[in-house]
Design a protein around this ligand. Structure first.
Ligand code: FPP
Length: 233
């Protein structure tokens, strides 16, 4: 079976560049080519949602030059891939603590989301300024505000489905397959709630080397998993 939602922690750009005695920005740039390859491979395979951990809340603590380099690259990729996304039926969405982004980036995001709003082959979600704990906390706080505003019932407990409506991924099915490149075996404050039953695929391949063949290997691995969701069969 093809996973409906594939999510990727893209790691290893810096090391890839280091191995070539190049600046880290070189690795990020090459990593953007892997983004394009995985989008194409997703459309070809019939994946409906592809989410990418592009910039974490923690990444704000990197050196200023690296942060502004990633921001610049993000804007360049959005401008460059605009037509390509539309022609391939890819809907673009950005998810995360976007209030921390500058106005020009927010404008670019809004424009690309509007431009691709009616595309329905694949939804590409770029998780930007995102962290799993932030997501759960913002959901709690929005729920609290709804109670204060009389929009949510203060006297009855909220259930799982009710709470998920407050997460930034509301309406999007949970990832079936979570891929992490770059050799680390951790989830790094990513989609903590949403990955409750995801199948994990860890690979040593560094993100700039993770192209279509590697993506298909991950899909093949998913094909052989037995998902039991805590049940017997
Ligand atoms: C992780 O490698 C990668 C990032 C923090 C940035 C990812 C950004 C892109 C690929 C650019 C554009 C993307 C989109 C979706 C438009 P790392 O720097 O942590 O590598 P290291 O672990 O080797 O240091």
């Amino acid at each position: 079976m093809v996973p409906v939602h594939v999510s990727i922690i893209m790691d290893g750009n810096g090391r890839w560049a280091q191995q070539r005695h190049m600046p880290r920005s070189f690795g990020h740039k090459e990593g953007a080519e892997s983004v394009r390859a995985c989008i194409e491979a997703s459309v070809e395979a019939g994946v409906k949602y592809l989410s990418l951990y592009t910039f974490s809340e923690e990444n704000w603590n990197r050196p200023v030059e690296e942060v502004s380099g990633i921001m610049g690259l993000f804007r360049t990729v959005m401008a460059k891939e605009r037509k390509n996304l539309k022609e391939n039926g890819v809907r673009f969405r950005a998810i995360g603590n976007l209030s921390r982004l500058s106005k020009p980036i927010l404008d670019d995001i809004a424009a690309l989301e509007a431009y691709t709003a009616d595309c329905d082959k694949l939804t590409l979600m770029v998780l930007f300024s995102y962290s799993g704990k932030w997501d759960i906390m913002q959901a709690v706080n929005r729920y609290r505000r709804d109670i204060a505003d009389g929009k949510a019932d203060a006297d009855s407990d909220i259930d799982i489905t009710g709470f998920e409506k407050y997460l930034s991924t509301a309406g999007i099915p949970d990832p079936d397959l979570l891929i992490r490149t770059g050799g680390e075996l951790r989830i790094s404050n990513y989609l903590l709630w949403q990955c409750a039953y995801s199948e994990f695929y860890f690979t040593d391949v560094l993100w700039p080397d993770f192209r279509k063949t590697e993506f298909r290997k991950a899909l093949d691995s998913f094909e052989n998993r037995q998902r039991r969701y805590g049940e017997i069969n």
